[in-house]
Design a protein around this ligand. Structure first.
Ligand code: F6P
Length: 341
């Protein structure tokens, strides 16, 4: 069998571990040949591929980013690729395509599959928001980075009796803010699933200072939004890839805290630091397992599916089951993270 593999969308720690696992399982387990498609769907459209052998994946297990490159692709180009999918696959001479990506990539993979391309999806995203899988690799690494930030911000906040607002990634779901906030012991966590009331946030911070506490750290997801009828705030517009732009809520919250409470507040936007660098052990293991099972799926002919962690097992779920759906933070998990400011 000849297997094509691509990574698409925003990168995340663990992508190289999947690529390595795919190559190892395919080459040593089945004597397959594997080709790496450069820069995601762009390389598929433009036929930019290279052979991937065991030597090509040597030493990449713990390396961040993706050796195949990644790119966001405009929806119109994806539609073009879907229309030409049979021609593209035969041009590359592949019998199976393993597409590693987040909701956008897997939605495109579903369209390719419907158009007849033999695709297996592998979910990735630091946001941890792909429906159907209990976790995505990359998330644990991002949470580790976020936790370290909260830990570090606490000591400087205490020295200066400040409020520190750390903005973490999470466009529509607050998993990173929730987990990094819990692990770091942030005093307040603000996530998109629970629109916030600025007045209430300030009341809680004020009450904390009134109890003699010297500082406060808030963990805020970039997609956090004020409750309707409270503070006015607009996130950015839609970019050329059809994604809403975020960025700014951390600065706004810090400014409001200063305005309402007269306390010094500082915003810290962690941004892409959360996506860079070496994956944690947990992410390497999950990524390796996903890669192994993606090759098994290709050999079993289970196309149009994606690898999903279900409790402790990896299962194959139809791509159709995740399209248009997001795994959000459920109310009970949010309640577990609520601490008294
Ligand atoms: O979806 C993953 C993610 O890391 C989001 O958390 C973040 O908003 C977005 O990607 C950033 O995308 P870009 O790299 O295009 O700025």
């Amino acid at each position: 069998m000849r297997i094509g593999v691509l990574t698409s969308g925003g990168d995340c720690p663990g992508l190289n571990a999947v690529i390595r696992s795919v190559v190892h399982r395919a080459v040593t387990g089945y004597r397959d040949s594997v080709v790496g498609i450069q820069d995601g769907y762009r390389g598929l459209l433009e036929g930019e591929v290279r052979p991937l052998g065991l030597a090509d994946v040597h030493g990449i297990l713990g390396r961040g980013g993706t050796v195949l490159g990644s790119a966001r692709v405009e929806p119109a180009r994806v539609r073009e690729a879907v229309e030409r999918s049979a021609e593209l696959a035969s041009g590359l001479g592949i019998d199976a395509l393993i597409a590693i990506g987040g909701d956008g990539t897997l939605t495109a993979a579903h369209l390719f599959s419907q158009a007849g391309l033999p695709v297996v999806g592998v979910p990735k995203t630091i946001d941890n928001d792909v429906e159907g899988t209990d976790a995505t690799f990359g998330h644990d690494t991002a949470v580790s980075v976020g936790t370290e930030a909260v830990d570090r911000l606490k000591t400087t906040a205490e020295s200066h009796q400040r409020v520190m607002v750390v903005e973490l990634m999470g466009r529509h779901t607050g998993w990173i803010a929730l987990h990094a906030g819990m692990a770091g012991g942030a005093h307040g966590i603000v996530i998109p699933e629970r629109p916030f009331d600025m007045e209430e946030v300030c009341r809680l911070i004020d009450a904390r200072f009134a109890r003699g506490k010297k500082f406060t750290v808030l963990a805020v997801a970039e997609g956090a939004t004020p409750a309707p009828g409270t503070m006015e705030f607009r996130h950015g517009g839609i970019d050329v890839y059809g994604h809403q732009r975020f960025g700014g809520i951390g600065h706004r919250l810090a400014a409001e805290v200063e305005r309402w409470l007269g306390k010094e507040a500082r915003p810290v936007v962690l941004g892409h630091v959360q996506r860079g660098g070496a994956p944690t052990a947990l992410d390497r293991v999950l990524a390796t397992r996903f890669g192994w099972h993606a090759v098994e799926a290709a050999h079993a002919g289970v196309f149009g599916h994606f690898t999903a962690l279900r409790r402790t097992r990896i299962e194959l779920l139809p791509l159709a089951e995740m399209v248009g759906r997001l795994r959000t933070v459920p109310p009970d998990q949010w309640a577990e993270a609520r601490v008294v400011l």
